[in-house]
Design a protein around this ligand. Structure first.
Ligand code: SAH
Ligand code: SF4
Length: 389
């Protein structure tokens, strides 16, 4: 494991900073250009040029935008930046997983995780600082400070990851360990980091529109997955307005237990959740909903639970992801024994779901599901202890 530390300016200085253009819509970019005096008839073209430099080439410096007149480049640089969230630490796991602790302009921190495999690379991004929900097995839910991320902070995570793994045309990865054998190093994006993305609907939708824009980052909506704990009324709206793939944090097959594990279930119980899933637009065998199920020893991991799970999902085009519980300090659960996970998986397999167990990645850097924030809090604590009086 390696960690680099790049501590950023204090929030007071940061608030005086120039605005980053990352995450603005085309319309908003045109407005910024208007402020700089770009005539209306030129704006659409200038926006396209900017868009392409930002999202196809990944440039971080206006000076490199060689098809834009030098005067305008200077004006842009005087008023705006192309900044991504600042990296506080970067950790690389023995398995090639990377985790970045990022500091936002107001000093709040989030985490982004990159998981390379042979034939794909998945970026797991955050949608909020912390989470207002309190799922009992999730460490993010114990964090009190919560705010929504802006579209720029969401798209910025993709940009920054591409910077750090050299995933722009002509770029060389600074640390090539474990990177996939694909042309693009980030092939998939999952909204499975910190936060409940459907509680930050508009910003996450706008960020996904930028990420999937065919003249920019070009990550197809089929390769973007939003994971929700079950904000039922927003599911149909997400289907209509964003239309990405969907994952549901199910974790229990009975309301009584799900109320405990995923308390939002008290508001929108299983029957309503599954009804919204069945109605999700465009479902087919090629476009399935992923159901996530965290394996908690003696809580939800019996063979009966497995059978009930299969029955519950019978008429929905579904994938099942069994997630070994990732422990965090003070967690009230243990991960199911491997033998039990195998028994559970066998029932699920026999029902026709392929290899449902997600292998935990980046555990050595606390980058696995539900562990986000743990290590940085610990690190903060040790910094406190080490700080001079
Ligand atoms: N808030 C959204 C997305 C972020 S959580 C949601 O809940 O779906 C991403 C996934 O990690 C969810 O499926 C969540 O249930 C799972 N998760 C949370 N804590 C975990 C833990 N300690 N071990 C394993 N998976 C966990
Ligand atoms: Fe929030 Fe998801 Fe964690 Fe639940 S599992 S507390 S919804 S981040």
């Amino acid at each position: 494991m390696t960690a680099t530390t790049l501590i950023d300016p204090a929030p007071s200085e940061a608030s005086a900073r120039k605005e980053s253009l990352v995450g603005l819509s085309r319309q908003a970019l045109a407005e910024r250009l208007a402020v700089l005096g770009v005539p209306e008839r030129q704006r659409r073209m200038r926006v396209s040029q900017l868009w392409s430099w930002m999202y196809v080439r990944g440039v971080t410096d206006f000076a490199r935008m060689t098809d834009i007149a030098a005067g305008l480049r200077a004006e842009l640089a005087a008023h705006y930046t192309l900044a991504r969230p600042a990296i506080v630490t970067e950790q690389v796991s023995v398995d090639g997983t990377r985790k970045w602790l990022l500091r936002l302009d107001d000093g709040k921190e989030i985490e982004t995780v990159y998981i390379p495999e042979e034939d794909r690379g998945t970026l797991c991004i955050s949608s909020q600082v912390g989470c207002t929900l309190t799922c009992s097995f999730c460490h993010t839910g114990t964090q009190r400070l919560v705010r929504n991320l802006t579209p720029g902070e969401i798209v910025g995570q993709i940009m920054l990851a591409r910077d750090r793994i050299g995933d722009w045309p002509g770029a060389v990865p600074p640390d090539p360990r474990g990177l996939p054998d694909t042309e693009r190093k980030i092939t998939n994006v999952v909204l499975m980091g910190m936060g409940e993305p459907l509680y930050n609907f508009d910003n996450v939708r706008d960020a996904c529109a930028i990420a999937s824009d065919g003249e920019g980052l070009s990550i197809s909506k089929r390769r973007i997955t939003l994971s929700t704990s079950g904000v039922v009324p927003e599911i149909p709206r997400w289907g209509e307005e964003a239309g990405t793939m969907l994952a549901i944090s199910l974790h229990a097959v009975r309301d009584e237990l799900r109320n405990e594990l995923v308390p939002i279930n008290k508001k929108w119980p299983l029957a309503e959740l599954l009804k919204a899933c069945r109605a999700y637009p465009g479902l087919s065998n090629a476009k399935r909903i992923t159901f996530e199920y965290v394996m908690l020893k003696g809580v939800n991991d019996s063979v009966e639970d497995a059978k009930a799970l299969v029955r519950l999902l019978a008429k929905i085009p579904a994938k099942i992801n069994l997630i070994p519980f990732n422990p965090w300090p003070g967690a009230p659960y243990e991960c199911s024994d491997w033998e039990q996970i195998e028994k559970f998986a066998e029932v699920v397999n026999r029902a026709g779901y392929a290899s449902p167990v997600r292998s935990p990645r980046g555990r050595d850097i606390m980058a696995a599901c539900g562990q986000l924030k743990s290590a940085s809090i610990k690190q903060r604590a040790s910094e406190h202890l080490a700080a001079p009086a």
